[in-house]
Design a protein around this ligand. Structure first.
Ligand code: G3P
Ligand code: MG
Length: 242
């Protein structure tokens, strides 16, 4: 099953601290049906949910995520940077985030965001953690990454879960890449899309998803071109359109 027209980017990123449990809960309250999250590995190889490879922007910590243990990361405040009311938010493990997302009845796009050199390992361990908690009866997650080696590893672990190749602009070798990785979708920066490009991809029967679309007029235009879903921070502006 492919995602709905609006996907909550990093949860309800404009309304709560991105990639936290509060953000996924807020997305559900707003009426979103799917959320997107970013995951990477701690130094002790636990998949956790955070976007940046460094801690400084969205937590009380400093330095690289991949050099800190889970215990160190869990002690950080992942909410105050957004607003003091969110001071209790922590960096969730992928397992915690997916358990909560499933409990909320939401679908999910797991974006694998590996550190350099950890592409395959991150794909493999993220899928193992996800498969251990994601309910079998729920629609499977869409697994995406800019890192092709991560998608190849994800395919080996969870061959039946749909995959999406992330890119900023459409890569020259998009047909072979999508075919070789067994992808169902290509997830592109909306600023690099055109009606012709979307039509060309749709002719090959792949779905096109576009990030990050916060303007309602632009979202309507993209859907009109055949883009099936947009990732947005602004659920309050985009959900009323569907
Ligand atoms: O998956 C869509 C989007 O999240 C990709 O870019 O940097 O926001 O993870 P980024
Ligand atoms: Mg992302």
């Amino acid at each position: 099953m492919l995602p709905p027209p609006v996907i909550a980017h990093r949860g309800a990123a404009a309304l709560a601290p991105e990639n936290t449990l509060a953000s996924f809960r807020r997305a559900a309250e707003m009426g979103a049906r799917w959320v997107e999250l970013d995951c990477q590995l701690t130094a002790d190889k636990v998949p956790v949910v955070i976007h940046d490879l460094r801690l400084g922007r969205t937590t009380s910590g400093r330095g690289q995520v991949c050099r800190r243990s889970l215990a160190e990361l869990r002690s950080l405040d992942a909410g105050s940077w957004f607003a003091p009311a969110f001071a209790a938010e922590r960096i969730p493990t992928l397992a915690q985030a997916l358990s909560e997302i499933a409990r909320l009845g939401l679908g999910v796009n797991i974006e694998i965001k590996p550190s350099r050199g950890q592409e395959a390992e991150t794909g493999r361990l993220a899928m193992r953690a996800a498969a251990a908690v994601w309910p079998q009866q729920a629609p499977p997650p869409l697994v995406s990454s800019f890192a092709r080696a991560a998608l190849a590893a994800a395919r080996s672990e969870c061959p039946d879960w749909p995959r999406g190749l992330l890119a900023t602009a459409l890569p020259r070798d998009w047909r072979t890449a999508l075919h070789d990785l067994g992808c169902r979708t290509i997830n592109l920066d909306h600023q690099r899309l055109s009606a012709d490009r979307v039509a060309m991809i749709r002719e090959s029967d792949y779905a096109v998803l576009a990030y990050t679309v916060n303007d309602p007029t632009r979202a309507r235009e993209l859907w009109g071109w055949g883009v099936s879903s947009v990732f947005t921070d602004n659920l309050d502006r985009l959900l009323p359109l569907i």
